[in-house]
Write a protein that binds this ligand. Sequence first.
Ligand SMILES: Nc1ncnc2c1ncn2[C@@H]1O[C@H](COP(=O)(O)OP(=O)(O)OP(=O)(O)O)[C@@H](O)[C@H]1O
Ligand SMILES: [Mg+2]
Length: 118
Amino acid sequence: MIAVENLTKVYGKRAALDHVSFEVPAREIFGFVGPNGAGKTTTLRILAALMAPTGGRAFIDGADVTRDREKVHSRIGYMPDFFGVYDQLTVAEYLDFYAACYRQPNAGISSWTLSREA
Ligand SMILES: Nc1ncnc2c1ncn2[C@@H]1O[C@H](COP(=O)(O)OP(=O)(O)OP(=O)(O)O)[C@@H](O)[C@H]1O
Ligand SMILES: [Mg+2]
């Protein structure tokens, strides 16, 4: 379950998020769409506990994204549409990279499994 309450984010003097609230129940597949610059990436970075909001609160399975960041990191997988660092990575290496970032115990296993199946 994801809960977002009055989330705001100000970059400099410009508000990217202005009191955004919504809820996503457990097991729901949720499409988060909007025009360019609407604040989707900003919202997702805050929900992934990668960036602090200016105001408001957000929770992942009850874990506060500003206070329980470690718990949020263990509960959420976030893969951005553009990953600008390592262009040469295979899909399996991407998965392993993110698994390791989120300290998942089986990090490294997908490369091994995929290479065995190839
Ligand atoms: N690091 C930043 N510094 C200053 N302004 C930013 C920063 N990141 C985003 N913005 C601004 O905040 C607003 C929301 O941007 P955001 O990237 O969250 O939108 P988006 O919905 O993901 O857009 P897109 O569909 O283009 O990916 C935009 O006006 C953007 O220019
Ligand atoms: Mg975006």
